[in-house]
Design a protein around this ligand. Structure first.
Ligand code: MD3
Ligand code: FE
Length: 210
């Protein structure tokens, strides 16, 4: 039971089947040093879609493999194509956080080896899509929202469905697995109160096993 004085950081809520949210599970403040360590070595960059269009969200990765979009297609790559060097190691703080969140949703053998980091300027959106480039769909995806809040859209099994919308704030962590693993989802533009450090920007970490 929650009351005024209960610390929400320890609660997990299943907002729809197999979609879990942990509010205020972390914060940009507590991850900033590790985010910067990664983005200093592998800066955010705009990738191109297989159709040749520039994505409107900049991205980078850390871990053994990183998600890459190129004119030739999507793939998980061991090297950063910009530098031709391996991606930075995934910080222990990221991995620990993702495993702890997954465990709360009863995924007990989640051990992410890939972390995609998305950077949203105010006004940038992510249109409805599925994440299906990962080989083992029995493993969940854990996402961490940092900075300004955004409206997340859950469409379910078709992008033509009416979306369930949920506001994601700095430090909110979500776990998506099982029946929700292939749902269509998207992100609407950042909104609300500027973050003390990130201002009207938003950063999202998605951790995966690939
Ligand atoms: C539901 N990122 O990188 S994270 C993505 O806020 C992506 O940057 C969004 O969608 C963002 O692919 C949303 C939440 C998320 C990530 C992966 C999912 C939700 C998911 C995979 C399956 C189902
Ligand atoms: Fe996605």
């Amino acid at each position: 039971m929650s009351d005024l004085f209960t610390d929400s950081a320890n609660e997990i809520e299943e907002i729809q089947q197999d979609v879990y949210i942990l509010r205020s599970f972390t914060s940009y403040d507590s991850l900033i040093a590790d985010v910067k360590a990664v983005t200093t070595v592998a800066p955010f960059r705009f990738m191109y879609t297989p159709g040749g269009k520039k994505l409107n969200i900049s991205m980078t990765n850390c871990g053994d493999l990183g998600w890459v979009s190129e004119p030739s297609g999507y793939r998980y790559a061991a090297k950063d194509p910009t530098s031709n060097e391996p991606w930075p190691t995934m910080p222990h703080s990221f991995k620990r956080l993702a495993i702890k969140a997954a465990n709360k949703a009863l995924f007990n053998d989640f051990n992410p080896n890939a972390c995609l980091i998305n950077h949203y300027k105010q006004g940038r959106e992510l249109t409805a899509h599925q994440d299906k480039n990962e080989p083992d769909l029995s493993q969940p995806i854990v996402s961490v929202s940092l900075g300004m809040s955004a409206r997340f859209q859950i469409y379910g099994d078709s992008r033509n469905n009416k979306a369930l919308e949920i506001e994601l704030y700095d430090g909110d962590v979500m776990v998506w697995g099982r029946s929700a693993r292939l749902i269509y989802h998207g992100v609407k533009t950042n909104r609300g109160i500027p973050h003390p450090i990130l201002g009207d920007h938003r950063i999202n970490l998605t951790m995966r096993m690939v």
